[in-house]
Write a new protein. Structure first.
Length: 444
């Protein structure tokens, strides 16, 4: 087994060969012929820098050379590297000569999902060499195109409105094999978009999650149709298995669902929000050694931005709302903090009904930075106090256009910033207040 005191990441062929106790050329052959798990930068060619993970290499080595195990430095005890390779390939040659059809997996190599292609309605999953592993026919004739899925693969897309991933490949259950998470998205017509599929490495569907559900808010009945905007994965409880956090929007109205699933697809958290939620970030803001989940978006009742902070192990209830935005059967939210920001004249002048956040980052100075779609930048401390307001280029352009056309009378100066900061409100568990405060829970 790998030495847990050493970093898991190996950054070069030299490091990889040292870990396995062989020369670099042998490593090259093992990657080419036996599927040894070596990674390259996305889109890189054969000469791109490589990296590998000790645990993946050790698992591959144990499976490929089952008659032995790695020793303390990762090398196999007993047979030298080159005779081992000849022995394994020799068995394959004998099988072929005998009329057997030998596949990589039949000599112990477990090919893992690493890439994909969208071909019409079909998801094609491939290994790291671009070889097809399996297919899934969605039977959706207007499935989003390959380029769209690639732009939203594995990580948050900062170039396209900070959209969450809609496809990704991780070992979510810590069994050594990667699963594929795949959200259904259409080019048009949002019906049927609320499904998240989980497949194992062989393409067997392990589970399926349907987002949303019926909701009654202010006496109005909303249909159960939701579109799954995306998801993130994280180990919330330290057990080595990944939880999945999904965001789903009502199609086509304002209710939003933030759900938490375990690695088996069971829903273990469900929070409803009156307005779309957008980007998610994790950070330990209270210094207790556990990360909090921070999500930003818009609150349609108050028409401004919203920042919600959760213990990711306890996500439930709903945002604090009144009147037509209060939903029946939804209890108080489990937020640690809940903050709203004001609707601005720039949004009004551009006929934007709401002025919500679509981006959140943790700065090097340990501030929470949230940015609206128009480019208004707001920085918060880890106690969620608003520390400063800034104007992005887009916000200045929209403001200047509004002034020239007589739709805006304000000036982007310090007084404007103070006006925005004065409009920030904090939910204390029973009311919105101007002073920064966490959400207070009733004592039992």
């Amino acid at each position: 087994m790998a030495d847990s005191s050493k970093p898991n990441l190996l950054r070069s062929w030299k490091d990889i060969s040292a870990h396995l106790g062989c020369d670099v050329r042998t490593c090259h052959r093992w990657e080419a012929n036996l599927g040894m798990p070596v990674h390259r930068a996305e889109g890189g060619g054969g000469k791109s820098p490589v990296f590998a993970y000790r645990d993946e290499l050790d698992a591959w080595f144990r499976e490929t050379f089952k008659s032995s195990r790695p020793n303390g430095n990762g090398a196999r005890e007993g047979m030298p590297a080159k005779p081992r390779l000849a022995w394994v390939l020799g068995i394959g040659a004998v099988a072929v000569l005998a009329g057997g059809f030998v596949l990589y997996r039949e000599i112990g190599v477990r090919r893992q999902p690493a890439g994909f292609e969208i071909d019409g309605p079909v998801l094609i999953v491939k290994d790291k060499h671009g070889r097809e592993l399996w297919r899934f026919d969605t039977k959706v004739d207007n499935l989003e195109i390959d380029a769209y899925y690639r732009a939203n693969f594995q990580v948050i897309n900062k170039d396209e409105g900070n959209l969450l991933p809609i496809i990704g490949m991780w070992d979510i259950d810590a069994d050594g094999d990667r699963e594929v998470l795949f959200a259904l998205r259409r080019q048009s017509d949002q019906t049927g978009e609320g499904r998240l599929y989980c497949f194992d490495r062989k393409g067997v569907k392990r589970w399926e999650f349907l987002a949303g559900g019926p909701l009654v808010c202010g006496g109005r009945v909303f249909s159960p149709d939701y579109r799954l905007a995306g998801f993130v994965v994280r180990d919330h409880d330290g057990d080595g298995r990944l939880e999945i956090v999904t965001e789903a929007f009502h199609a086509p109205d304002w209710p939003c669902q933030l759900a938490v699933l375990d690695c088996e697809g069971r829903k273990i958290g469900d929070y409803r929000h009156a307005g779309y939620l957008r980007e998610i970030v994790y950070h330990d803001i209270d210094g207790d050694g556990r990360e909090e989940l921070i999500v930003v978006g818009v609150n349609n009742e108050y028409r401004g931005g919203a920042v919600a902070v959760f213990d990711p192990r306890d996500v439930r209830g709903g945002s604090p709302q009144t009147g037509e935005f209060a939903c029946a059967g939804i209890g108080p939210g489990s937020e640690l903090y809940y903050v709203t920001t004001p609707y601005t004249d720039v949004s009004a002048a551009n006929a934007h009904y709401v002025c919500g956040f679509n981006n959140v980052d943790i700065t090097e100075s340990k501030w929470i930075r949230a940015t609206t779609a128009e480019g208004l930048i707001m920085d918060f401390g880890f106690d969620l106090e608003c520390l400063q307001v800034g104007f992005g280029h887009g916000y200045r352009v929209l403001h200047d256009e509004g002034v020239r056309e007589g739709r805006i009378a304000s000036v982007l100066d310090d007084a404007y910033k103070q006006m925005v900061m004065a409009g920030v409100r904090y939910w204390n568990g029973s009311a919105f207040v101007a002073e920064p405060t966490p959400v207070k829970r009733p004592t039992s």
